[in-house]
Structures are given as structure tokens and as C-alpha cells.
Write a protein that binds this ligand. Structure first.
Ligand code: ZN
Length: 391
């Protein structure tokens, strides 16, 4: 029987930088998988299989082949994986098949002393993660950001700008940035697994497991609200199952839709100076023309917070809004949420008219488009451009 195997996790230190890696073997080929990180991140002593088991699970489910790991996986995570599979196979029966996962017996997790009380948050500085950072009861000790997800591995200059921006946010909020880079997204995409719709929280949770020597809680900012939670790569049903007895994974912020999140943080200083939501990967700026930029600008304008923004054009061009193509029914829901905000905040009729026109246009477009033939069922954009936590 063909299967997917995950080799023993290896760690290589090279001065300040370290690489934690493994090899996925399937279909007769070896695929190296890696996460690069600071060499100060302590190496896990037990259950190292936790680090790569989740992305490997998606490969195995996609291929319908059993998964075998050479390292032990935490007992709780192995148990949870059963439910994770039930959920994804129910959501996407044509795509995923439930498989058997085997690994050496789980070891007793030895949490390092440094992990106690530490917490991380997957962070890009978009609406979802900015909302989670600003509204969390306790500030996370680390903002975790990886190139190779929304940021292209090859674009060093953009990555540097992003890291500088995240550094400024961390300085203001009294936390720190943990920069990573990985090829895991590339691997899942190359194997016909969607990023936004299927797998991104599984990859992000891998970062939490890698860092479990420095934190006991890892927060994934929600993409959607509980009310509109759809089959998606990050979900209030699934994300908490990505934890182990060593690491709690928290799905944060799903009591708010995107418009309500924008409302909550519209006048925060960090929103004015550091917010970045754009779909373009060639710059760390907001282009002010893509649908995420325009939707955010619309919500900020309704809140009276666009005119003093340092990150967006300070006026909204309604003509640009009109040119936006439809991608997913969820986009219409999100625009309705902005409309609700506009009504509550007494926005001028032309805002409501523009939103209504756009929603009618999108509905017509989507009626003519089969979802199956869409490039990616992702409100965030095409497979090559989707952002991690902020679709
Ligand atoms: Zn943009």
C-alpha cells in the first residue's frame, strides 16, 4: 500500500539561523520540508512529530494514503487528528479521504520552563491579526510571522519592510517578533491542496508546535465570524484541535465579522500608521486598488478614519470599487457587513448605493461562474497571492 511518510525531524544550526526540517516521502519522491528560525528557539526534546504532522496529514488525506511518522506525536494531537479528518472529509468529500496515522508511542511532553506563560500569535498586521492583538486580554509574548506564506520567499526587500513594520508594532505593544520562513505552503499548493480553503491554519499551527519550547498558547486570528464560519482552512471548529497537551491553539476573534473588527480598531493609532491588508505581494504598502484595500478603505471611511490614514490613499475612489470582479459569495456577505456599518454610522446615501450596485454586479457575475471552476474558492485571491490569516 502506498503511504506518506515523514522522516525524523532534524535541526541544523548555522550561526544565528537554524533550520528544523524533515522529508515527506510519497509517490516515489522525497520532498524536503523546512522551517527556518532563530537559533535561540529551543529544540523540542519530545514528540517532535508534532511539528510537521499537520501539513503531512493534508498531503495524506489528499492522496488517500496512510500517514506514517518517524517521530512521536503528542497523544492529544493524534486523538484530535481523528476529528480534524472527520471534519475535512465531511466538508470536502471529493477532495479528502480519511487515512490512518501512525507514529511511535507518544512521549510524555516535557514542557520547557521557558514555555510557561509564553504565548504566540500568528501575525501579519492585517485586520484580523491587528484586531486580535489590540483586543486580546493579554498581549502575546511573540508575534509570529513567516515568509513563504503571504510573503514570497524570493522577495527579500518586501520581507524586510514587513519585518520592520511588524517590529514597530511589537515595540508599541510591548511584545516581540519571531520571524520564520518555510516552504510548507509551496508543498501543499504543489500537491493540489488549497491554501485558504483547506490548509493554512494547519501550516500556521506547525509554527506553534515548533515554538512550543517558548510558549504554551498559540493564537490564530479568525478569518470569519461564528455566524458565517464556512468550510475553510482556519475555523473555530478545527483550529483548537490543532493543539496538544503542550500547546493550546486558540482561534481568536470569531465573535466579530471583518467590518466589526474594522469598526473596533478604526481609530487605533496602529491602524492609522501600520495596517496592511493588500493582496499585492510586490510591496509592503497598500495599493489602494485591490478589493481588500478598497473594502477596508470603505469601512474606514464610514468610520471617519480614512482621511488621516498614513497607510491608504486618503480618499475613496468609487469608480475603482465598481471595477472589482466577484470571486466568492463570501465577498458579498462581507460587503453587506460593511453596509450595515455604514447605515449605523450614518454614511451618505452614495456609500450605500455603491455597495448595493457592487453586490448586484457580483451576484450576477457569480451566477455565471461555477465555484468548481473558480481559480480558488478564496475571498483572498488566487492561489499564488492568498494571504495567510487575512483572506
Ligand atoms: Zn491592495
Amino acid at each position: 500500500m502506498p503511504k506518506v511518510t515523514v522522516a525524523r525531524v532534524a535541526r541544523a544550526n548555522k550561526r544565528d539561523e537554524a533550520t528544523t526540517s524533515t522529508v515527506f516521502t510519497f509517490g516515489g519522491t522525497d520532498t524536503p520540508a523546512w522551517i527556518k528560525h532563530s537559533s535561540t528557539i529551543p529544540e523540542l526534546k519530545t514528540n517532535r512529530g508534532d511539528i510537521f504532522v499537520l501539513p503531512a496529514l493534508f498531503l495524506a488525506m489528499r492522496r488517500g494514503e496512510d500517514l506514517e511518522l518517524s517521530d512521536a506525536v503528542s497523544a492529544e494531537l493524534i486523538d484530535n487528528i481523528d476529528t480534524v479528518q472527520d471534519i475535512y472529509v465531511t466538508w470536502f468529500p471529493e477532495v479528502f479521504t480519511k487515512v490512518t496515522v501512525s507514529a511511535p508511542a507518544s512521549q510524555r511532553n516535557r514542557a520547557l520552563r521557558s514555555a510557561r506563560g509564553g504565548s504566540g500569535m500568528a501575525f501579519t498586521g492585517g485586520i484580523d491579526s491587528m484586531f486580535s492583538l489590540i483586543t486580546s486580554r493579554t498581549t502575546p509574548t511573540a508575534l509570529v510571522n513567516s515568509t513563504g506564506l503571504d510573503l514570497d520567499l524570493a522577495r527579500d526587500a518586501v520581507a524586510r519592510e514587513t519585518r520592520a513594520r511588524l517590529g514597530r508594532i511589537a515595540a508599541v505593544t510591548g511584545t516581540s517578533v519571531v520571524p520564520l520562513s518555510t516552504n510548507l505552503r509551496k508543498i501543499v499548493l504543489a500537491n493540489d491542496i488549497r491554501w485558504g480553503e483547506h490548509s493554512f491554519a494547519a501550516v500556521i499551527a506547525s509554527f506553534g508546535h515548533l515554538l512550543a519550547g517558548t510558549m504554551d498558547t498559540f493564537v490564530i486570528p479568525a478569518s470569519h465570524s461564528y455566524l458565517t464560519a464556512i468550510p475553510w482552512g482556519s475555523n473555530p471548529l478545527v483550529d483548537p484541535l490543532y493543539g496538544s497537551d503542550r500547546l493550546r491553539v486558540v482561534h481568536h476573534g470569531a465573535a466579530f465579522n471583518r467590518a466589526r473588527k474594522t469598526e473596533a480598531i478604526a481609530h487605533h493609532e496602529l491602524t492609522r500608521t501600520e495596517m496592511r491588508v493588500c493582496l499585492k505581494i510586490t510591496t509592503d504598502e497598500n495599493c489602494g486598488e485591490c478589493r481588500k484595500c478598497l473594502r477596508t478603505m470603505l469601512a474606514l471611511d464610514v468610520m471617519g478614519a480614512l482621511s488621516n490614514s498614513e497607510r491608504f490613499p486618503q480618499t475613496l475612489d468609487f469608480a475603482l470599487l465598481k471595477k472589482l470582479p466577484a470571486h466568492h459569495p463570501q465577498e458579498i456577505t462581507m460587503m453587506h457587513d460593511v453596509r450595515e456599518l455604514a447605515v449605523e454610522h450614518g454614511a451618505a446615501q452614495r456609500y450605500l448605493d455603491a455597495i448595493d450596485d457592487l453586490c448586484i454586479q457580483w451576484r450576477n457575475e457569480l451566477d455565471g461562474v461555477s465555484l468548481e471552476s473558480a481559480p480558488d474558492q478564496d475571498p483572498g485571491g488566487t492561489a499564488s497571492r492568498i494571504r495567510a490569516q487575512d483572506p
